[in-house]
Design a protein around this ligand. Structure first.
Ligand code: PMP
Length: 398
């Protein structure tokens, strides 16, 4: 039933006199209409009726019109092969979340008991590491290289697993495109091999893909969701990087029983993602389709790579990211970048992130820094890398 006892019953019989629900009366809310101006000068209106809905409680899994738009999107992009799902797996289901972070945390809450083993490559996204550690998960490191997780290494871990290591891992968490922090994209062949291992050793795959729409390649890589013949993939998408991070809109796609459990969790926690956010984003999506910002990020990436080539060639190594917004730089002649970044770089006016925090063990030294090409202008990127090069040289002399 969730938090709003009586509201659902009232909706089914619209002519009934509503004394049952616990929704506030939207006529008492101060906002009446809203209007958004888009880049190209056109406007999107939220009229009085929609505004009343936008300010009211709504369905926990998402407003039906947005859910249906998202279902069509997922079918056209990933077309999950659900035909072979067993009856208890149901069909592909979607729920809207307050950014992908909320969805991921709920997935972890649902799946992880203290001491459970989970598979992750290293380095990894701090938000995931922190959430899993808080739940008492045991993070098993899977080796990776510039093309992502190495399937053979994953197979070795699973094949050599011993009962004294505890139960076999429950899931593999993976950022398949432009990973945070390393900017790595997993190759399609590796994805296929990893999916087969998931079937063979029976674990789930959590595909966290907030940089999916920021791929700099011509053809987007097939996703784990698109390979999921037996309902073991939970995919997390986010509009943070293409519509707005502050409006907080993400969504989870996966087999119905898993998504239903997340919705139950949401019913008693967030209740639902902001209806206003859902209505506004839907309005935008219906009017303009998906906003493609990839060209901006591609140009920024190219600027950063050119600056790295110009200033850091003999001083550092890096992967060329094919998606996302990060350059992961390994600085030569240094075992840990923490002090360099947190003290010396800041003194010179450059903000980077030291590699340490992205490892399973955050006290582990790391020769890496993460540079984001999202914010700085081309001139600033060039200046920052010039200064970083000076710093590295000074450091080498010490
Ligand atoms: N996953 C990854 C890999 C991220 O980098 C981020 C944000 N930086 C998130 C999830 C969370 O994004 P959001 O909640 O804004 O969708």
């Amino acid at each position: 039933e969730g938090v709003h006892c009586g509201d659902d019953v009232a909706k089914k019989i619209p002519s009934a006199i509503m004394l049952s629900g616990d929704m506030p009366n939207p006529n008492s809310f101060p906002f009446k209409t809203a209007s958004f101006t888009i880049d190209d000068g056109t406007t999107i209106e939220i009229g009085e009726d929609l505004m009343k809905r936008a300010l009211q409680y709504s369905e926990t899994s998402g407003i039906p019109e947005l859910l249906s738009w998202l279902k069509d999107l997922q079918k056209s992009l990933h077309n999950p092969p659900t035909a072979n799902y067993s009856p208890d797996q149901g069909q592909m289901e979607i729920c809207v979340t307050t950014g992908s972070q909320e969805g991921l945390c709920k997935v972890f809450d649902m799946l992880v008991n203290p001491g459970d083993n989970v598979l992750l490559d290293d380095p990894n996204y701090t938000g995931t590491l922190a959430a899993l550690k808080a739940l008492g998960a045991n993070i098993v490191r899977v080796p990776s290289d510039k093309s992502g997780i190495i399937p053979k290494a994953l197979k070795d871990i699973l094949f050599k697993w011993r009962p004294e290591n505890g139960k076999k891992p429950k899931f593999l968490y993976i950022i398949p495109n432009g990973s945070n922090p390393a900017g790595i994209s997993l190759s399609t062949d590796r994805k296929k091999e990893i999916y087969q291992l998931a079937r063979e050793y029976d674990f789930l795959i959590i595909e966290d893909d907030p940089y999916y729409f920021l791929q700099f390649v011509k053809t987007k890589a097939p996703t784990f969701l698109s390979m999921d013949v037996d309902g073991r993939v939970i995919r997390s998408d986010s509009f943070s990087k293409i519509i707005s991070a502050g409006l907080r809109l993400g969504f989870l796609t996966g087999p119905k029983p898993l998504i239903d459990r997340i919705v139950l969790h949401m019913q008693v926690s967030t209740i639902h993602t902001s209806t206003f956010t859902q209505a506004s984003d839907l309005d935008l999506l219906q009017t303009n389709g998906l906003i493609l910002v990839v060209e901006f990020y591609r140009a920024q990436r190219n600027t950063m790579l050119a600056a790295a080539d110009k200033w850091l060639k003999d001083l550092a190594d890096w992967y060329v990211p094919t998606a996302g917004m990060f350059l992961w730089i390994k600085i030569k002649g240094i075992s840990d970048t923490h002090q360099l970044v947190m003290e010396k770089a800041l003194e010179k006016g450059i903000c980077l992130v030291p590699g340490r925090g992205f490892h399973r063990d955050s006290s582990e030294p790391s020769p890496y820094v993460r540079a984001s090409f999202s914010f700085a202008s081309p001139i600033q990127i060039d200046q920052a890398f010039q200064k970083l090069a000076e710093l590295i040289r000074e450091n080498m002399k010490c």
